[in-house]
Design a protein around this ligand. Structure first.
Ligand code: BDR
Ligand code: CA
Length: 312
């Protein structure tokens, strides 16, 4: 099987960090670039977290800084869950890695434009601000991608409001641009990511793999678990890592084709992904939506990623 060329768009973030680890170490993937947006924390923090992680693990993919704010709204970071730094837990040494000079949205537009059609997969695991900007800069970004895998939305429950998931709620206008762009979207929403949750026993067993990645994982997931238990009453879902694991092994998820609209003016439903599961609108599907996940496929891929850095 040929390697899959991927770009990761992140707002690093505890689970974003794990997504980067899996993407950077998978032999099935080539991580071409990491683009960073504001989301879980302000851009300076999400960028710093991304660069620190890459530096600590020797991840050489270029890192591009992107949007500091959602398109139309103020940023509301997820400090409750990810902490003041956005990646509370691990402590990093002073770093050498620096961000590229080009803006992330411009870089995304350039990289997709330069690549042969259907050769690049974009995995977006933060608010969709950079992606929407790239599509506005160069509309063919949407149609040239092999796949746009989005961590965001939900058919059912929300996690930031009863109705809405964080990434879509953070920048609903950007999400509306992306979902109506014609891109080959795979939506990895809460319906699937909440089926892959980390408990104490799994955290202990993955931490015991050893090496720098497992150490960062252990410290950041310890914080993430405590926050999710405290504020959500749930074990932490492997939201962003699931998207990368799916790119490696599509059997991870069961998908259905649906038409999805993003609510950007609702009073109680702002940021909801309205998924037409019954075909009421008769509109053609614009996304393949994850409806189920097989966690037995996920955990070995995560263990393999952590083990990549434990071999000395
Ligand atoms: C999403 O929100 C963020 O806090 C996580 O990193 C993930 O991308 C889950 O709703
Ligand atoms: Ca994220």
């Amino acid at each position: 099987m040929s390697e899959r060329r991927v770009i990761l768009d992140v707002d690093t973030g505890h689970d974003d960090a794990v997504a980067i680890m899996i993407a950077a170490s998978a032999p099935e993937l080539t991580l071409e670039a990491i683009t960073v947006t504001a989301g879980n924390q302000t851009l300076d923090k999400t960028l710093s977290n991304t660069l620190n992680l890459c530096d600590a693990l020797g991840i050489e993919a270029p890192v591009f800084a992107g949007m500091t704010k959602p398109l139309m709204r103020d940023l509301v970071p997820a400090a409750r869950i990810h902490g003041e730094s956005g990646l509370d837990g691990p402590v990093f040494q002073p770093r050498k890695k620096i961000a590229e000079k080009e803006h992330a949205a411009v870089a995304l537009a350039r990289m997709v434009t330069e690549a042969p059609p259907n050769s690049l997969t974009l995995i977006a695991v933060g608010p969709l601000t950079n992606v929407a900007m790239a599509i506005r800069l160069e509309p063919t970004v949407a149609t040239k991608l092999r796949e746009l895998i989005i961590m965001g939305g939900s058919i059912g429950r929300g996690n930031v409001t009863p109705s809405s998931e964080f990434n879509i709620h953070a920048d609903p206008e950007a999400a509306a641009i992306v979902f109506s762009s014609g891109a080959p979207i795979t939506m990895v929403g809460l319906d699937v990511t909440t089926k892959i949750t980390l408990d104490e026993a799994r955290l202990a067993s993955l931490s015991s793999i050893g090496g720098p990645a497992a150490e960062i994982f252990s410290k950041s997931m310890g914080n993430y678990m405590a926050a999710c238990r405290h504020y959500l009453g749930e074990y932490p879902a492997m939201h962003d890592p699931s998207c990368v694991a799916y790119a490696i092994e599509p059997k991870l998820m069961t998908l259905r084709e649906y038409h999805v609209e993003v609510e950007y003016s609702g009073t109680f439903t702002l940021g909801r992904t309205v998924v037409d599961t019954a075909g009421v609108t008769k509109k053609a599907p614009n996304a393949r939506v994850g409806v189920d996940a097989d966690e037995t496929i996920f955990w070995p891929l995560l263990a393999r990623a952590l083990g990549h850095w434990s071999r000395g």
